[in-house]
Design a protein around this ligand. Structure first.
Ligand SMILES: Nc1ncnc2c1ncn2[C@@H]1O[C@H](COP(=O)(O)OP(=O)(O)OP(=O)(O)O)[C@@H](O)[C@H]1O
Length: 297
């Protein structure tokens, strides 16, 4: 798999504070990566370092397998790490033409990118008349003008209402489908879970996890189970090798699983033990549960 970015033991100290501590990870082509962590965990600092706006204290990174220097690499990257900032009285097209001029790229893609972010019908409206969501979408269009190989976004849905969030999410997913690699920083678990294939979890500058979202915690999930005779069910569960801790939820028992299970088999085994189940449901652990478990220690 082609490597877009490789980070090795990257560290940033601000005086006595270590904002990013010995972080290493690799971004491979075609995936959507989320850097997930609470406020102040080092997400923006990490992005700042790889985008050449923050000097690392130690460690290094290389873009595109080291085939280009960091300066040339930036031409193949689209990044939005600040609040969208355009000329207020100029419209979308005028603003994007200016971006093309500054970046020395063709103006041919302006309409295509405005359509992608659903701003084509408002392309002649002055920037100052845009909602926050529209401003953010214009920033995405601007970052895509040179068809970058990777799009980097820092908290892309900050301050947006649910509809605005959904729209940005749909656009990110659409861009990812075209093969563009995406790296986004977010403190929103939900956002990362819905959009990203891979996650890098940071806390206080330390990397706690890096890998596919669904493998974040080697956890087998749980089952929600109930029977008319709950005492008999509890006795039965104690004999089952897959059953871990059991919690009474009032309307049933939540059983943490210690291995993969086949719910049909559980149903059959219970039946053979004389227990008729009234509820049986497999529950995958949410990213939030996994995140809390991971950051507990
Ligand atoms: N220029 C700076 N000078 C001093 N400390 C800084 C500077 N920039 C960031 N920090 C500190 O580094 C730590 C990491 O900040 P950073 O902005 O990277 O975190 P973050 O995860 O992006 O948080 P947020 O979601 O709030 O932006 C914080 O404690 C922050 O106060």
């Amino acid at each position: 798999m082609e490597k877009i970015l490789e980070i090795n033991q990257l560290t940033k100290n601000y005086g006595a504070l270590t904002a990013v501590d010995n972080v290493s990870f690799t971004i491979e082509k075609g995936h959507v990566y989320g850097i997930l962590g609470p406020n102040g965990s080092g997400k923006s600092t990490t992005l700042g370092m790889v985008l050449n706006v923050v000097n690392p204290s130690s460690g290094n990174y290389s873009w595109f397998e080291g085939t280009v220097n960091n300066h040339d690499a930036l031409k193949r990257i689209g990044a939005i790490i600040e609040r969208p900032n355009f000329y207020p009285s100029m419209d979308a097209v005028q603003n994007l033409k200016l971006v093309c001029k500054i970046k020395n790229i063709s103006e041919d893609k302006i309409d295509e990118k405005l359509e992608l972010v659903d701003l084509l019908s408002r392309k002649r409206s002055p920037f100052k008349t845009y909602s926050l969501g529209m401003k953010q979408r214009l920033a995405i269009a601007s970052a895509l003008l040179n068809d970058p190989e990777i799009l980097i976004l820092d908290e892309p849905t900050n301050g947006l209402d649910p509809q605005g969030i959904r729209k940005i999410r749909d656009i990110i997913q659409h861009i990812a489908k075209t093969g563009t690699t995406i790296l986004l920083a977010s403190h929103l678990l939900d956002e990362v879970e819905k959009v990203c294939t891979h996650v890098i979890v940071l806390r206080k500058g330390h990397m706690l996890y890096c890998g596919p979202v669904e493998e974040m915690n080697k956890n087998f999930g749980s089952i929600f189970i109930d029977a008319k005779d709950r005492t008999a069910l509890q006795t039965f569960l104690k004999t089952q090798p897959y059953a871990g801790t059991t919690e009474d939820q009032g309307d049933g028992l939540e059983v943490k699983l210690l291995s993969d299970v086949d719910t049909t088999q559980i149903n059959q085994d219970a039946y053979h033990a004389g227990i008729v189940l009234s509820k049986l449901m497999f529950k995958k652990q949410s990213l939030e549960d996994q995140f809390i478990e991971l950051t507990k220690n």
